[in-house]
Design a protein around this ligand. Structure first.
Ligand code: SPD
Length: 368
């Protein structure tokens, strides 16, 4: 397991320097940030305030639907939010975000062109968003509990762990969780079934629903953040989860020193690669502070400190030299070229598909 001590010290040292240098910084208002849970270090927020005088009001969510509901209700009061690119695409179409003022974002030069081009498929010209972090949707597992039940030689890099009823039945007693996120679960189910993960065909959703209903009885719960602590504590043994969150669970388990060993598998049948984007709502009360915050995050050392803490890869090329070597070279975090071939992008559902997805997901969650 990696040791994050050096990364923490780096952030703390930078913070101490920043406070020293910025001792006379005057209060410059506020920036209201709404981000995913377990997705930043406090040190980075403190460093931003120390450098700019802008206070950060920070709140969290664990679902794109939660964020979307807040934004569509209007007057959210947020200055910076972090939708996944597929959701950002339809939110841009709904007029939810303002274009970025590139003059206020000189650190855009640090971003990796290829990754930003991939995000541009959801936001032509990257006019509204900058990649915060990216990751994959795969399987977190307790190495020993799974080996005890399925055998040492079982290849864990398969969606069979959570979708094959016979295999899931053998894991049910130690606890399986699924993400409460149909936009992650349906493409994963499609990949397992050999269906195009980007399908929007109603018949495919029907087939995937039947498949998931058959496995569902072995699922302990549906949740999109609880699995981090539950994996770390040995309360569950398998979770459909997001790469960095699972690896945070692995680190917490390691630090606790109670013999719980967690790791992350990218299923060989294919897994989603997604991008979470820094964007500014059209009605943000403090757009200049929002730009200052985004530009600050894009400083190489800052982005690297976040990656070193949350175990998600970033798209800030200039930061990679500051990312802990063990993280940068870990294929569970930065997938190899070979594994990248098996990754697929997420898809933006139109409103008709969205209704189909919601209806089927309700059936799956309730088991009917
Ligand atoms: N704890 C941070 C989780 C970030 C998850 N991003 C959403 C990806 C959706 N496919």
């Amino acid at each position: 397991m990696k040791n994050r001590f050096s990364a923490r010290m780096t952030a703390a040292s930078v913070l101490a320097l920043a406070i020293g240098a910025a001792g006379s910084v005057q209060a410059q208002g506020v920036v209201n940030v709404f981000n995913w849970s377990d997705y930043i270090t406090d040190e980075v927020l403190e460093q931003f305030t120390a450098e700019t005088g802008i206070r950060v009001v920070y709140d969290v969510y664990d679902s794109n639907d939660t964020l979307e509901a807040r934004l569509l209700a209007g007057a959210s009061g947020f200055d910076v939010v972090v939708p996944t690119a597929t959701f950002m695409q339809r939110q841009i179409a709904a007029g939810v975000y303002q274009p970025l003022n590139r003059d206020l974002l000189p650190n855009l030069a640090n971003m990796d062109e290829a990754l930003m081009a991939a995000a541009a498929t959801h936001d032509p010209g990257n006019e509204h968003g900058v990649i915060y972090m990216w990751g994959t949707t795969g399987i977190g597992y307790n190495i020993d509990m799974v080996a005890e039940r399925l055998g040492e030689d079982f290849d864990v890099d398969t969606w069979a762990m959570v979708f094959d009823p016979e295999i899931a039945a053998q894991l049910a007693d130690c606890g399986i969780s699924w993400l409460d996120s149909p936009t992650d679960m349906f493409p994963a189910a499609f990949a397992w079934m050999g269906i195009d993960p980007q399908s929007t065909d109603a018949a495919d959703f029907e087939a995937a629903t039947e498949m998931m209903l058959a496995a569902r009885e072995h699922v302990r719960y549906f949740h999109s953040s609880q699995y981090i602590s539950d994996l770390a504590n040995g309360e569950i043994c398998v979770a459909v989860g997001w790469s960095g969150d699972v690896l945070q669970a692995a680190e917490r388990a390691d630090e606790a020193g109670r013999g719980v060993n967690v790791w992350y598998a990218i299923p060989a049948e294919g897994a989603m690669q997604w991008f979470d984007m820094l964007v500014i709502p059209a009605d943000a009360p403090n757009p200049e502070n929002a730009h200052a915050f985004i530009n600050f995050i894009m400083q190489p050392e800052v982005t690297a400190a976040i990656t070193n803490y949350v175990w998600y890869p970033n798209a800030n090329r200039a930061s990679w030299e500051f990312v802990d070597e063990e993280i940068f070279n870990d294929p569970a975090i930065f997938p190899t070229a070979e594994v990248s071939e098996t990754l697929f992008p997420g898809v933006t559902y139109d409103s008709r598909t969205d209704r189909t997805v919601t209806r089927h997901w309700t059936r799956i969650r309730t088991g009917q």
